[in-house]
Design a binder for this molecule. Structure first.
Ligand code: ZN
Length: 101
């Protein structure tokens, strides 16, 4: 199924996504929030990265551009946040990502 193995060999939990691997041309998914009259709604989108500048990447979804922080997008083949919540997050390399989650 997934082209990349996100499951840790030593603890059997899921490894956090390495966003430094995201590059132009990749399919990524992200969540947008929009405000309705009385609540915030979440919408999941998938698009293609067409530009990366520092921490900001430009993702095109149906000819519309979204500018997202690279931390807010995930590769399309990565486990979704629900998977992390269900199976747990690998902390074997925790010291390398002090700000994650
Ligand atoms: Zn682990």
């Amino acid at each position: 199924m997934a082209t990349y193995d996100y499951r840790c060999k030593s603890c059997d939990k899921y490894i956090p996504v390495d966003r430094s691997n995201i590059k132009v041309g990749d399919e990524v998914s992200f969540t947008t929030t929009y405000q309705t009259s009385n609540s915030a709604r979440f919408s999941s989108k998938t698009g293609k990265v067409i530009d990366i500048a520092g921490d900001i990447c430009e993702v095109v979804v149906k000819k519309k551009s979204y500018f997202k922080n690279i931390r807010d997008v995930t590769p399309d083949d990565a486990p979704n946040p629900l998977t992390y919540a269900l199976f747990g997050l690998c902390k074997c390399n925790k010291e390398e990502t002090p700000n994650d989650i």
